[in-house]
Design a protein around this ligand. Structure first.
Ligand code: COA
Length: 175
């Protein structure tokens, strides 16, 4: 649907369920998100259905990220919790496997999501949160223009330790 040089974003769909099941039960990936709590097929199906309902209600949009060179489904990116009065939303991204990371796919996928938020949804502010140890993610957000606006100390318990959460924001007029 939205095509860059390296990746394409397509609307989330039940056809991605098996790959999402694998990814969301992988502790290596989950450490960067909300921690390694197992998730059943029922939960993952419900998550996709919920994403579809959210999309219909124009509250959130979740996209599958697909590589243009191989067509492989490599992760998801989303614009969530849209507030139409304030014209703001949150964003999130996950590239599932290490083999697909650090080749520019994540930066481009998030760039496409930002362009969608500005040019198609007419939003003006995006926000995200990231664990303080996740320097790779912070690097791509900084590259895309996000600025840190705050830190919540020891907010999340991830794999045996409390970690700080960094909050970042991006304003359309500054991009
Ligand atoms: C974070 C994520 C989306 C980034 O996507 P990606 O495709 O791997 O990243 P890119 O290749 O586009 O860019 C990575 C950048 O981080 C840099 N980087 C890599 N490791 C780093 C580290 N430990 N510290 C700082 N920067 C780092 C790279 O050099 C590159 O920057 P550059 O282009 O200036 O050289 C992806 O790695 C991912 O999904 N990781 C697991 C889940 C996750 O962390 N999600 C985000 C939760 S907030």
């Amino acid at each position: 649907m939205f095509r860059g040089r390296k990746v394409e974003l397509n609307v989330i769909d039940m056809k991605y369920l098996d790959r999402i099941m694998d990814a969301w039960n992988n502790p290596e990936l989950k450490q960067y998100l909300m921690g390694a709590i197992p998730q059943s097929r029922y939960e993952e199906e419900s998550w996709i259905k919920f994403a579809e309902q959210e999309m219909k209600a124009r509250r959130s949009f979740v996209f599958a990220i697909e590589r243009l060179d191989t067509g492989k489904f490599i992760g998801t990116v989303g614009v969530h919790d849209i507030n139409w009065v304030s014209r703001s939303a949150t964003v999130g991204i996950a590239i599932y496997s290490q083999e697909d990371r650090e080749q520019g796919f994540g930066t481009e996928a998030m760039q496409l999501a930002i362009e969608f938020a500005w040019n198609d949804l007419n939003l003006r502010r995006l926000e995200l949160s990231v664990h303080s140890f996740n320097e790779r993610a912070q690097r791509i957000y900084e590259k895309l223009g996000f600025k840190i606006w705050g830190t919540a100390h020891q907010k999340m318990f991830i794999r045996g330790r409390y970690v700080d959460t960094i909050f970042m924001e991006l304003f359309r007029e500054l991009t």
